[in-house]
Design a protein. Structure first.
Length: 365
């Protein structure tokens, strides 16, 4: 579930300098993109029922922002009996996610948002089933809203340097409580020695991936280089969300090829981890689609809790995605022999532009 920084200095500096002289014409504007993204994140209208719940579900965290889901509403839209979330095979990322692990984690994130959104309409929801075919959420009776739901529109994976300050123990405990779901083990790293070991694993994983031509080619498919491109596609990794400049669609791939190099990217990843207050590692107690869905739900809840506390989070999953590094990561977490599922860093830092999202019409049916 990584969101990559991809435009460093060095080899791409000349290209970026040339791009600065280009007009914004045809690329869209930052202000226009901000207005569009905020529209997708408007407060939920409780009386509208399922369409609004789906809109909130689409704002969930997901791998490469592929949004690998389809939703099917069962029953009247105002008061549905159930909503099924199915994987969208066209949005798989087989290189970075060959066993669909991240895909099912993404479905779990969306399912948690869906249940929380229903609660804003006063409806009680629960997971009725979760397996390789997807997730089915049932709705019956009433329930009070969970305060985490209020953070859904504002959550983001903030891929920037944080301020490096440690968090009070009570705030860290709040993150752990939010992620405490059955079937998920949560491990927090806040001491600098273990965070340093995690940093080294992230750098090792990043190096392995950047030297894998298939990984780089797959990543390139999901890059969006300017506001117009991000809005037209409604998905993918928009350059502004990593603090990078917008580029014309024809120039972006060239700049990526010139600037995406291991040394500057590893330095960036290391600096960002060093500036984080800590990291959270999540482990499913069962290694199958149902367990991965549960990890997604726990991760989403943790991120929403962080958002409510004005904390930032971002995925650093390289040592999860590179199989050779998983054993060392599990040992670092004190869970030898287990498969780690997700790694998030956290801390206080700036907001960045929102990621693009597809509309309800595009993901329903």
């Amino acid at each position: 579930m990584n969101k990559r920084n991809f435009l460093g200095l060095g080899g791409g500096a000349a290209v970026l300098a040339a791009a600065g002289a280009l007009a914004w014409r045809g690329m869209g504007s930052a202000a226009g993109y901000e207005a569009w993204a905020r529209g997708l994140r408007a407060p939920l209208a409780p009386e509208a029922g399922a369409p609004e719940w789906l809109r909130y579900a689409t704002l969930a965290a997901n791998s490469h922002n592929t949004q690998p889901w389809r939703f099917r509403v069962e029953g009247p839209a105002a008061q549905p009996q159930a909503i099924a979330l199915a994987p969208d095979p066209a949005r798989r990322t087989p290189v970075v996610d060959p066993d669909d692990h991240h895909l099912h984690v993404s479905l779990g994130c969306a399912a948690e948002n869906l249940l929380l959104a229903a609660g804003l309409s006063g409806r009680a929801g629960q997971i009725e089933s979760a397996d390789a075919s997807g997730v089915r959420c049932g709705f019956a009776g009433t329930a009070p809203a969970d305060p985490l739901a209020e953070a859904i529109p504002w959550r983001q994976s903030t891929r920037a340097a944080y301020d490096g300050r440690p968090l009070p123990p009570a705030e860290v405990e709040s993150l752990v409580r939010a992620a405490a779901l059955p079937g998920v083990d949560v491990v927090v790293l806040t001491d600098r020695a273990r965070l340093g070991r995690l940093r080294d694993l992230v750098v090792a994983g990043n190096t392995a991936q950047m030297n894998d031509a298939a990984f780089v080619a797959e990543l390139r498919q999901w890059l969006r280089f300017n506001p117009a491109q991000a809005m037209a596609r409604g998905d993918g990794l928009f350059s502004a969300t990593t603090g990078n400049p917008s580029l014309p669609a024809w120039l972006g791939p060239l700049a990526f090829r010139l600037a995406y190099r291991p040394a500057p990217e590893n330095a960036r990843q290391a600096a960002q981890l060093d500036a984080s207050a800590g990291a959270v590692l999540l482990f499913a107690q069962r290694e199958d689609a149902a367990g991965w869905v549960q990890v997604g739900r726990a991760s989403q809840r943790l991120q929403l809790a962080a958002t409510r506390m004005e904390l930032r989070t971002a995925f650093v999953n390289q040592p999860v995605e590179v199989p050779a590094l998983r054993a060392e990561l599990a040992a670092l977490a004190g869970l030898p022999g287990r498969r780690p599922d997700l790694v998030l860093r956290f801390g206080r830092g700036p907001r960045l532009p929102w990621s693009p999202r597809r509309t309800v019409v595009q993901v329903a049916g």
